[in-house]
Design a protein around this ligand. Structure first.
Ligand SMILES: C[S@@+](CC[C@H](N)C(=O)[O-])C[C@H]1O[C@@H](n2cnc3c(N)ncnc32)[C@H](O)[C@@H]1O
Length: 218
């Protein structure tokens, strides 16, 4: 391929990718910001009790006090809850969050005013930060499937502190019939060493959440 052809293909790929991110953002803003309900503004459509059951297990990946970056933090509800739940277990988490939506980040700053400067508008895929974090939490749907490996490698290399953990979650939706991805198996297939994993499963067997984590070796 001629170098000009290559450059124009890259440009077209990057504009397609931007279109993909824009569409995701539009869809999320319509769904999350149509309500004043804090849970809905974090993409949750059920009860607070089920939210706790579906999210608290993320803390199984937290083995010490430290900095916690939630990629796709929405209105900051998960960060707020994790800080509280971690505190009950004797850990102190300093929250950091990133979201592609300015309106959601503004809500997160209102929720966590003491940490407003830790909450920024950015695309998780291209995010660059001046520091690294003990815990970095992400979902995979933030990037197209063909970029999962590149995305996760970037997070691990650039954002996770030495001896820190990259935590990957997948959520189901009962109302939409969506089952969570088997994150542990998927990460292994991509070539990562999985340090631990956990699931939140309801009494009838329905899996609400799958979480797996990778440790960044020193
Ligand atoms: C399901 S919510 C997750 C909320 C919370 N982190 C949790 O796990 O419960 C997904 C959030 O990710 C944001 N998001 C989607 N793609 C993103 C991207 N590429 N970069 C940053 N944020 C993104 C959306 O705007 C939305 O607020």
């Amino acid at each position: 391929m001629q170098s000009n052809d290559y450059q124009s293909e890259q440009a077209s790929n990057s504009s397609q990718l931007q279109t993909w991110f824009d569409a995701q953002q539009d869809e999320i803003e319509v769904a999350y910001l149509s309500s004043k309900n804090s849970y809905q503004q974090s993409g949750w459509g059920s009860t607070p009790e089920r939210w706790q059951f579906a999210r608290k297990l993320i803390l199984k990946a937290v083995n010490k006090s430290g900095t916690f970056l939630d990629l796709g933090c929405a209105n900051g509800l998960l960060l707020e809850c994790l800080m509280q739940w971690a505190g009950e277990q004797g850990f102190y988490l300093t929250p950091y969050g990133v979201d592609i939506s300015l309106q959601l980040v503004e809500l997160a700053r209102k929720r966590l005013p003491a940490f407003a400067t830790n909450l920024v508008v950015a695309n998780a895929f291209t995010l660059q930060t001046p520091m690294q974090y003990d815990f970095v939490h992400t979902l995979l749907e933030y990037v197209p499937e063909n970029l999962h490996l590149e995305y996760l490698r970037r997070l691990l290399e650039q954002l996770v502190a030495p001896a820190g953990r990259l935590i990957v979650s997948s959520y189901s939706s009962r109302s939409r019939g969506i089952i969570p991805l088997d994150i542990e198996t998927y990460l292994r297939q991509l070539g990562f060493t999985v340090e631990g994993s956990v699931i939140a499963q309801e009494v009838d067997g329905w899996i609400l959440t799958r979480v797996a984590w990778i440790e960044k070796v020193l």
